[in-house]
Design a binder for this molecule. Sequence first.
Ligand code: ATR
Length: 278
Amino acid sequence: MYKLGLIGHPIGHSMSPWIHEKLMEQQGIEGKYELLEIQPDEFGEKVNLLKEKGLDGFNVTVPYKEKIIPYLDGLDESARHLGAVNTVHHTDQGWIGYNTDGRGFVHSLKNRFPDIFHNNAKALLLGSGGAARGIFEALTRSDIARVDIANRTIKRAEDLIQDIPSKAYSSPLTLEQAKNTLMDYDLIVQTTTVGMNPDHDKMIVSLDHLTKGTVVSDIVYRPMKTKFLNEAEKRGARLHFGHEMLLQQAVYAFQIWTDTEPESSLLLNEFEQKLKGV
Ligand code: ATR
């Protein structure tokens, strides 16, 4: 009987319990995945209580991905590079922190568009927050030669490139520069919350210079097809959706906890129906 859960604040609308319960069903595993909401002023005390709850593992979301680190006994390489954890596993060596966000992104993208993973490929990330860091780390470990980062505040794009060890070439850009050079990229990834409900009429940059066949990805999954993706589709882009990343980062967390190999593709259609119904 696995005891799993999610810590964060607020987490009432999280899809994680649904996903993990489906994965348990698929793998014939018994267990429970609970929402463990923690108020910011009670964080230390509640995290220590978690240790007594006998959890096998838990996910960590906003605003605790960094704050959890001092309470852990070890970190995997991604979590160490990023200074952020989204998955904790209770092992004989104690509580070990992982970050499966970027890996989830790359895996779900590679499944759909293997052709963009080659050593002349160029990617552009829009945004420099936590999500951009994870995606940057994982993309630069894959066969993408160049990963540029554009951000409203260019200093944060510069800092991101400096902070995270990478074998790819990268330049920081302003959003204005990015907008005018969209045609130079094979992959464009929107990594911010711009365009998320209720602001579904917003776009981080206009896509006037986008060319046909470019892969355009948006990490926002509410709405499932953002304005950014809609506009990209009108210009002949190939689309990659936020919920594909969400599902695959959860599958990686589940693998870490249960040592099983769940198949995310079996769940994708059902997940889409579920999200449409929410
Ligand atoms: P998190 O770590 O949760 O991703 P964050 O660190 O606040 O959140 O980062 C949010 C990202 O969205 C940043 O890249 C931010 O740009 P700035 O660094 O210039 O603040 C970007 N962002 C948020 N609102 C935006 C907007 N209206 N237009 C453009 N970028 C925006």
